[in-house]
Structure formats: structure tokens, C-alpha cells
Design a binder for this molecule. Structure first.
Ligand code: ZN
Length: 311
């Protein structure tokens, strides 16, 4: 009798300890890592520095930034976005113009597709308003149909201001109420504003100020998530190329080649970026943040940039 009581007491004590341990573990569980990549087309870092951009400034203050990145891709949108989202330069992904035909995305998929191929349990989301990024237009899409949710607005038809408005509104709804692990949002209007009015025009400056408002909406959507306090969002923001003063790109001038790289979030080492950070680092850094071991046989050109060594 006495022995049975003792044993029972021990079992109950053991159970209580187990429950306490589990509760303790739950309380200390590391935050869930997630990634949002925001791509803004055709943003000159020198103009970005002159325009009031409080949302991007806040991300920089909580992150790492370089406005002196020299892209090695042709300063054309097709090769630029392909390089950023696949993590390899044009000699590998095969896109050297805005004609995406002949791309090698089967071997070098965009980072969201690569995530899905590694583990279909990842929840992926993309929204774009430049057709070849999301559809078969011009030999696309860059972002494959393997991505869980891919939304496509037609910026050529809607106008890119309206296209961006719809893209960002859709992204805000999705990011706030669904549970993506990795997302890509494309903002196209600054490139159009520079083409139409020049890379030093009031319209271009205004378009970048407006892109910053979009960035602010996207960041607010993440912070409005009911589970935000238990999550570790890495936010990466970059661009595909710059613009000449008179508008236009495709050449080798510093105004066209110089781009920026911004990484922000709990896992980012503030202010420190390798000198040779580049746009091909975006895809790899996003994958690494989600715990993916980068396999050398993928032959990616980028490397992890901005994250804590422990990440
Ligand atoms: Zn572009």
C-alpha cells in the first residue's frame, strides 16, 4: 500500500515535471522563420537616398544595407529579375534580354519554386504585375506554377501605378490573413516613371516615394499578423538595375549598374554587409533563413548576406 502510494506520487510528480518541461519548451520555442522579398524595378540608390522613404529607412535601421552594389547582369529587367530570384547569373539561367525564351529555369528555378521542390510543405506566395514574371508572356514565367499562390496583374493594361496598387493590396490581404513561409512582391512603376520622364525627374522621385508607401503597407501587414510575435521575418528589398539621368537602361554606366541590397529582421546583423554583396544573394539568403542547406551541386552564384553567423 505504502509502496504503491509512493510510486503513484512519483508518477504524478514525473507527470508534473514533464508538463512543466513541455510548457517551458513551448515558451522558449525559437520563432518561426519566414521571408518576404520585395522587388522594386529600376531604383537608383542615389535617388533612393534623396527621396523621403520612412518605411525603407526603418528597415535599414533594423537591418543591413548597401547602396553600392554593382550588378553583374545586363542592366535589363529580364536578366536582372532572373538573377535575383534564381541566385545565378545570366550565363546559367540563360536570360539576357526581356525575351525569356530559352531560359534554363528547369535547372535554376526561382527561390520559391526551389523551396517547393525541396519540401512541398512550404507555403509560397508571389504577386507581380509585369507579365513575363508570372505568365507565359515573352517566354516566361520566371516564377513557376509550382508556387502555391501566384497572382498576376497586367501592368501594361492597367498602368503600373494601378497594377502595383492591386498587387500590394492583394499581398497585404494574403500576408495578414494567410500563413506563407516565403513571399515575393514586385513593384513596377518606378521603372516606367524613369523611362517616361527621366531618372532625375519629379515623377521618378514621386514613384519611389510611392513605392516606399507600398513597402510600409507590406511591413504593416506582417506586424498585423496574430502570430507576428512568434515569427522571425526576414525582409529583403532590392532592384534589378538603375537608370540613366535621361531615363533608360541596358548599358554599363554607373547609373544603370548601381543597385541596392537591403536585409532587415531579427536575424540580420545590423549594418554589416560583405563588400561584394549582389543581387544573386537574395535567393540564397532567403533559402538560408528558412533553414535550407545550400547544396553545392545547385551551382548557385550568390551567397548568404546579412544574416547572423548562427543562422
Ligand atoms: Zn527593370
Amino acid at each position: 500500500m505504502s509502496s504503491r502510494t509512493t510510486k503513484r506520487a512519483t508518477t504524478v510528480t514525473g507527470l508534473i515535471i514533464t508538463v512543466l518541461l513541455l510548457a517551458g519548451c513551448a515558451g522558449e520555442r525559437p520563432p518561426v522563420k519566414k521571408v518576404l522579398v520585395i522587388g522594386i524595378d529600376g531604383v537608383r540608390p542615389d535617388v533612393l537616398a534623396e527621396v523621403p522613404t520612412p518605411a525603407i529607412d526603418a528597415l535599414i535601421s533594423e537591418g543591413a544595407f548597401s547602396g553600392r552594389v554593382i550588378t553583374q547582369a545586363q542592366t535589363i529587367s529580364g536578366p536582372g529579375w532572373s538573377s535575383m530570384l534564381t541566385g545565378v547569373w545570366p550565363e546559367k539561367h540563360g536570360v539576357t534580354s526581356n525575351n525569356f525564351t530559352g531560359n534554363n529555369y528547369a535547372l535554376y528555378p526561382d527561390f520559391l519554386t526551389r523551396l517547393e521542390l525541396i519540401d512541398g510543405e512550404f507555403s509560397t506566395f508571389a504577386v507581380v504585375d509585369w507579365a513575363p514574371l508570372g505568365s507565359e508572356a515573352s517566354g516566361g514565367p520566371l516564377l513557376s506554377d509550382t508556387i502555391d499562390v501566384k497572382l498576376d496583374f497586367d501592368g501594361d493594361q492597367l498602368g503600373y501605378q494601378e497594377g502595383d496598387n492591386r498587387s500590394v493590396a492583394a499581398a497585404v490581404r494574403f500576408l495578414e490573413h494567410q500563413d506563407p513561409d516565403a513571399a515575393f512582391v514586385y513593384i513596377g512603376y518606378p521603372d516606367v516613371a524613369a523611362h517616361d520622364n527621366g531618372g532625375r525627374s519629379q515623377e521618378y522621385y514621386q514613384s519611389i516615394e510611392n513605392a516606399d508607401l507600398h513597402v510600409g503597407r507590406l511591413v504593416a501587414a506582417l506586424r498585423n499578423r496574430p502570430t507576428y510575435e512568434r515569427e522571425d521575418w526576414l525582409i529583403l528589398v532590392s532592384t534589378d538595375h538603375g537608370h540613366r539621368d535621361g531615363g533608360g537602361h541596358g548599358g554599363d554606366s554607373p547609373e544603370e549598374r548601381t543597385v541596392f541590397f537591403l536585409a532587415s529582421g531579427l536575424s540580420v546583423t545590423q549594418g554589416t554587409l560583405p563588400r561584394d554583396v549582389n543581387i544573386v544573394d537574395v535567393a540564397i539568403t532567403a533559402l538560408a533563413h528558412l533553414g535550407i542547406a545550400i547544396d553545392p551541386t545547385w551551382h548557385l552564384d550568390g551567397r548568404v548576406s546579412g544574416l547572423e553567423a548562427a543562422n
